[in-house]
Every structure is written in C-alpha cells, then in structure tokens.
Design a protein around this ligand. Structure first.
Ligand SMILES: Nc1ncnc2c1ncn2[C@@H]1O[C@H](COP(=O)(O)OP(=O)(O)OP(=O)(O)O)[C@@H](O)[C@H]1O
Ligand SMILES: [Mg+2]
Length: 507
C-alpha cells in the first residue's frame, strides 16, 4: 500500500495543540487584538515583528542601488524582464524580500481598494471645491487596508487641489491612540487653526471650536481642515460625548472641518451615526470588507512585483491567500505568514549547509553521506519558497485544535474527510453513507489504495461523528444514513495541505 504521509516529515509536526477554542485563531505575528474601549491600545498596536530600516519604497530602493540585482536586468523596455530565481542565502536579497513584505512598507500601488478610495476621494473633492464641511466614517475589520488607503487619499486630495488651482486643505492626521485624553482631539484641531493662541478662561477647546465655526468672521479666508482620525474607536466613551461633539463640529454654519474617521467598529456605523441624523449630521459611511482569497493573492503578487526575482511558488502564495481569507481576510496576517515562510526556507538552507560542512570535516564519510544532502542543497540553491514552507508558516500562525485533530487522524479517516470535502464542494450540504462511500472508494482506487470495507467505513464514520467532525443521521439502513460535514472545508484542506496525496486530491 502506498504510503500517504510520513508524520515525521509532515510540515505540521511542529504544531502545538492549544485550548484556545477558535478554529483559526491567529497566534504570534500580525494584527494585534483590538480593544473595544480605551485600554493599552498604543502597546497593542506595536508590531511584534522587527521593523526593517526602511521608509523608501522597495522599488526605489532597489533601483537606486547600483549593486542591486534590479539594475543587473537588461532587456527590452516594452517587455517585462524575465525574473530569475532568488537566492535566500544572499543577505541583500533576503532583506529586500522581507522589506517588500513588511507591514510598515507602504506599497507604491494599493490594489483592490480603488473603489473605496475613489468614494472617499470624491467626498473630499466636493468638500474642498465647495469649501463645505462634512464627515465620513471608514470602518472595517483589522488589516483591510483602511489606514493605508486613507494615507493615499490624503496625498491624492492635496495633489488634486494643487492641480485644480484650489486652496489645499490643512491636514491634521492623527492616530487617536496617541492622545492622552479623548477630548485632546479638540485641542489638536484648535491648535491647528490657531497655532499661536493660548487658550485662557473656562471655555473648553471643544466649545471654543464651536464658537469659531459659528461665526462668519473668525476663520474667514482660512483653509479647510482635513482631519484624518485613525483608530477612532479609541474615542468611544460611555456617553459617546467626544464622538458626538467631534462629528457635530462639521454641522456648524462656518465649519472648516472635513472629518475622516477610521475605525473597526461596525456598531458606530449602525447605531451611533444614524442617531446624529436628526441633528442634521449625516456622515457618509465607507465599509472595507475583509479581503477575499483572490484579493490577498493579487496584493501579495503586487507587493512582490518590485523584486527582480521569483521568491514564492505560485501554489504557496495561493495557500496563504486561501487560509488567511478563510480565517479573517487580514492582510497583515498574510504578509507575516509569507515573511515567516521565507525565513523557514532560509533556515532550512542554512541548516543544510551547516550539515554539509560538518560532514566534510568528518573526512571519510564525505562521499557517501554528503551526496544526498548535497543534492538537496544544490537543488534548493535557487529555489523558491515552497508550499510546505508556507504550510509550516501557516501552521505556526494559525494554531487550531481542529487542524491538530485532523492531522493526527489515521490515514483512512483522513481520506474519508478528503472525499467529503470533494463531495460537498458541489454545494450539497449532506449526503448518504452510501454516496460518501462511493466517493471514498473512487479516491482510493485512483491512488491504488485498497479501501476499507463498508462495515469498517461505517465504524470510522461513527468515530468521526464522536469527534464532532461529521454528523451521522438516524436510519435503519446504514447506507441511507445521512452524513453532514461539521468542520470547515478550509480547515480540512489546510490540515491536509502538507501531504502531496491530499493536495492532489483536493486540487
Ligand atoms: N491593498 C493593499 N495593498 C498592499 N498592501 C496592503 C493592502 N491592504 C493592506 N495592506 C497591507 O496590510 C497591512 C495592514 O493595512 P492597514 O494598516 O491599512 O489595515 P487597517 O485596515 O488600517 O487595519 P486596522 O483596523 O488594524 O488599523 C499594511 O501593512 C498594509 O501595507
Ligand atoms: Mg488602521
């Protein structure tokens, strides 16, 4: 019987079972857990991965370096240069890869968010052109490109205003988590309008702004103010007073405020903002939906396109995109997982090289013992990051008890799960034991694996039912019992992805 999986060689062998509960709970790198109200937000925001010494775009950095591999590529300007394979042992190349994938590296183009950016830009253009105050609320899950897109919009508004010969707005961009007090946002806005004036008396900055925006003379002739308030959830207080006052600033007759609030909270859009409508405040809402598999893939490819070499196998990127999309659609996670896969690849090559040099020292073993290692080493010399590196990186990032369970099942149980995934892909929700058995036998036959008999098949289904992976219905006739899959298809695909047999099966 052909071997399906060698557990020891499985890329999942390092997975650690957790009792955390969530199926695809993220662990380690990427998007920090957001607090709902005010808490240790600034600390939570820190990226746990090291920050490269950047701030130049990778494309510019590569092109500006005379020794950079990018400059070594010659060819017809109209044709895309053929990309060569990269060498993970080359320090500079590895650095460029990590930089291209680093969360803090601003990509030159923000793909997949053109529609959302256009809506916000159009809103700003109208406000600037008509010198009209207004508010817009951007909401969406973590890592969906809100901050990145708003940064681009900010630049576009200024470029557009300059091009149109209009007065560019004053820009006040802030992360609300950096405010010591929620109401400090008003002092910041006031400070921007009247940088030299010190506030005296008992009038609060908020009231002071209301007075300014109520009088025709106070700010006449001065610029509109584009306020980009990121992490607006931080300003949520019990009575929502700060948020209320902030949005209401845009309703005063001589208000200069163009407010762009950015946050995760859908609740604000659903409950809080509609309540302002009766007060003549109607913020526009732009929602950033979680990225789909295809979007994550395009973003990764776009970010990697600045590199003059091929770093990842296409299937490896697809696996990452599929898993991250199924779990959360958080681009930060996708980037961290890719970085981690590249590091795993690098570490593997380093280990291979050090094994080689060790063996060389042991003289007489050289010819026999180094031959296979040398082969691997050489074949990987220019190799891309493979699907097994990605699977390992994903398994480190998403630790799930369900995935652990699936990976530790005996082979035939895994094949049955695999046949169920194939079977239910057509959109069916359940089937009969008889039908599932046929699908299972087909898979076994196509791989020359002798299937188990129907009685054993049934008892396996009962075990899987007890483990909560299947739901087995009641019926006198065993073959007519209904079977429903109780785990996410993505978790099964992910758990079995590291084994070629299943990968081929599920493709
Ligand atoms: N369309 C995209 N193209 C390229 N990179 C992207 C894109 N969307 C997100 N990213 C990258 O993903 C990371 C997270 O994006 P961003 O900070 O904009 O998320 P966010 O929606 O503001 O998340 P949060 O709600 O946690 O603040 C960043 O590193 C960003 O560069
Ligand atoms: Mg953000």
């Amino acid at each position: 019987m052909p071997a399906i999986a060698d557990r020891n060689s499985s890329p999942f062998k390092e997975m650690v079972a957790t009792r955390s509960g969530d199926i695809a709970r993220f662990n380690g790198c990427c998007t920090p857990q957001k607090r709902s109200l005010r808490s240790n937000a600034a600390a939570a925001k820190e990226s746990p991965v090291s920050t490269p010494m950047k701030l130049k775009s990778p494309r510019r950095r590569l092109n500006s370096n005379p020794n950079s591999p990018a400059n070594g590529i010659k060819g017809d300007f109209n044709e895309k240069p053929m990309k060569k394979n990269w060498n993970p042992k080359d320090f500079e190349q590895m650095r460029a890869v990590k930089e291209a994938l680093h969360v803090s590296t601003a990509p030159s183009t923000v793909v997949c968010r053109q529609y959302e950016q256009k809506r916000v830009l159009e809103f700003c253009k109208v406000c600037v052109a008509q010198e009209k105050a207004g508010s817009l609320y951007v909401c969406g899950c973590p890592g969906t490109g809100k901050s990145l897109s708003m940064e681009k919009v900010k630049q576009q508004v200024i470029e557009w205003a300059t091009m149109e010969g209009l007065q560019s707005p004053e820009v006040l961009a802030m992360n609300c988590t950096s405010l010591a007090n929620t109401s400090d946002i008003f002092s910041k806005i006031l400070g921007k309008h009247q940088p030299k004036k010190k506030l005296t008396g008992s009038t609060s900055p908020s009231q002071h702004l209301q007075n300014l925006y109520s009088s025709k003379q106070s700010l006449s002739g001065s610029k509109m103010m584009l306020i980009i308030a990121d992490e607006l959830d931080y300003l949520i207080t019990k009575d929502r007073a700060v948020l209320h006052d902030l949005f209401m600033l845009t309703t005063f007759p001589f208000s200069k405020c163009i407010l762009l609030g950015i946050a995760n909270s859908i609740d604000l859009a659903d409950r809080f903002l509609p309540r302002l409508q009766s007060l003549n405040c109607k913020p526009m809402v732009v929602t950033f939906r979680a990225y789909s598999k295809d979007q994550i893939l395009s973003i990764l490819q776009e970010r990697l396109s600045v590199l003059p070499y091929i770093v990842f196998q296409q299937q490896a990127l697809e696996l990452c995109a599929r898993k991250v999309a199924a779990a959360s659609g958080d681009m930060r996670k996708a980037l961290c997982v890719c970085r981690s896969a590249a590091e795993i690849h690098e570490a593997e090559l380093r280990e291979c090289a050090s094994n080689l040099s060790l063996t060389s020292v042991e003289g007489e073993f050289i010819s026999q013992q180094t031959a296979p290692a040398l082969e691997i080493f050489q074949s990987q010399e220019n190799n891309t990051v493979r699907i097994d590196h990605m699977a390992l990186a994903l398994s480190k990032a998403f630790r799930s008890p369900i995935v652990d369970t699936i990976q530790s099942l005996p082979q035939h149980q895994q094949i049955i799960l695999c046949s169920a995934v194939k079977f239910f892909r057509g959109g069916k929700k359940d089937t009969t034991v008889g039908e599932l058995n046929k699908s299972y036998i087909d898979i076994c036959k196509s791989s020359l694996i002798p299937p188990v008999g129907i009685l054993e098949f049934l008892s396996i289904l009962r075990v899987l039912n007890d483990q909560g992976l299947f739901k087995l219905g009641q019926s006198r006739d065993d073959k007519s019992k209904r079977v429903t899959l109780k785990v996410d298809e993505a978790d099964i695909s992910f758990a079995l992805q590291g084994v070629r047999f299943f990968r081929n099966c599920l493709q």
